[in-house]
Design a protein. Structure first.
Length: 342
């Protein structure tokens, strides 16, 4: 997929930022002697060609450069060290020093980590940044109780609504065969009175092509991967939710670093977070363009549908807060208060 010149310049700017900001104010970097080099193993369950893994590889390179080679991070993509669902447990057990987890899949151990998967709360990346900014400290607090530390988080492209026929309101989804793959999509299908059809990611292209489903919620990028245009003609950019991955490190490994190198790791993490969010936005934009190029109608939701989805978001939010024993109020109260004052 061709990369527009504007995006290239943005990435070039981020590369320059990484090279300068990490070492800013921390003095010259001296090369480490071989006997003083530390090595962290970092596990991720996602393929090396994906933007998340590419961003993490850049983070590892930045850390090695910023510490003069004193800290090396070996990135193991594609589940080489552990499959995605086992990475958090592997970190806690000390099998590796760092790892990438899907926050919404980690709520059993990090109770507020799935806040970014509550549907119809954010309306775009700006809202997602605000929600991440409020929830990050709580997630890090829970991580530290497990002997871990949150380094940075990066979102996936937003989840959108695909449909075989135009959808102007929730009523239009009633009776449609709706793809479900987790509890959230099952509940959504029940709310809109659609017919749930369990379909995994591997089966999705064939299910679309053979007409087994009429609608689904997933990202524009997944729509491209599954060739959604082979059966679904409409994509509504509803930003149903914007889930995030996070890179965590074992506190014992981080605390063993000299204070100067701890600072350089945190600087590199801040750059990786900024770079990763931009990469996600670039990915989402390119995927929407690809869907449109294949003849799909790509558009925001109409006023009626947007209003109805917002009401559903309030319902999902209350359910989530109850599920956290009320602790989720510490995230949603400031988030919605800020939204109301804008």
């Amino acid at each position: 997929m061709p990369v527009p010149a504007r995006r290239c310049s943005r990435r070039a700017w981020l590369q320059a930022l990484a090279a300068t900001a990490i070492a800013a104010g921390r003095g010259p970097v001296r090369a480490a002697s071989a006997d003083r080099v530390r090595t962290w193993q970092l596990a991720t369950g996602y393929p090396a060609h994906g933007f998340h893994a590419r961003n993490i590889e850049r983070f590892a390179q930045d850390v090695q450069a910023a510490t003069g080679g004193a800290l090396r991070i070996d990135v193991h993509a594609g589940g080489q060290l552990a499959p995605l669902p086992e990475i958090l447990d592997g970190l806690r057990a000390g099998r590796f020093e760092a790892g990438e987890v899907l926050l919404s899949g980690s709520a059993a151990q990090l109770p507020l980590a799935d806040v970014d998967a509550v549907p119809f709360v954010v309306s775009g990346y700006e809202d997602a940044r605000r929600l991440a900014g409020i929830s990050r400290a709580f997630i890090d607090q829970d991580a530290r109780a497990l002997g871990l530390r949150l380094l940075f988080d990066v979102p996936w492209p937003p989840q959108g609504l695909y449909a075989r026929r135009p959808v102007g309101s929730i009523a239009d989804l009633r009776g449609m065969r709706f793809r479900v793959y987790n509890e959230t999509t099952r509940r959504f299908a029940a709310y809109v009175q659609a017919q749930p059809v369990e379909i995994g990611a591997v089966e999705l292209p064939e299910a679309i092509r053979t007409g087994r489903i009429d609608a689904m919620l997933t990202s524009a990028a997944t729509g491209v991967d599954s060739e959604a245009w082979n059966g679904l003609r409409h994509f509504y950019d509803i930003h149903a939710w914007i889930p995030k991955n996070a890179v965590l490190v074992r506190l014992a490994a981080f605390d063993a670093l000299p204070p100067e190198h701890q600072g350089r790791v945190l600087d590199a993490a801040a750059v990786a977070q900024q770079r990763g969010w931009q990469m996600s936005q670039d990915e989402a934009g390119a995927a929407r363009q690809a869907l449109a190029a294949r003849g799909m109608t790509v558009e925001p939701p109409g006023a009626i549908l947007a209003r109805e989805l917002k009401r559903l978001g309030e319902k999902f939010s209350l359910e989530w807060i109850r599920g956290t024993g009320g602790r989720g109020n510490a995230v949603f109260l400031p988030y919605f208060t800020q939204a109301a004052s804008r």
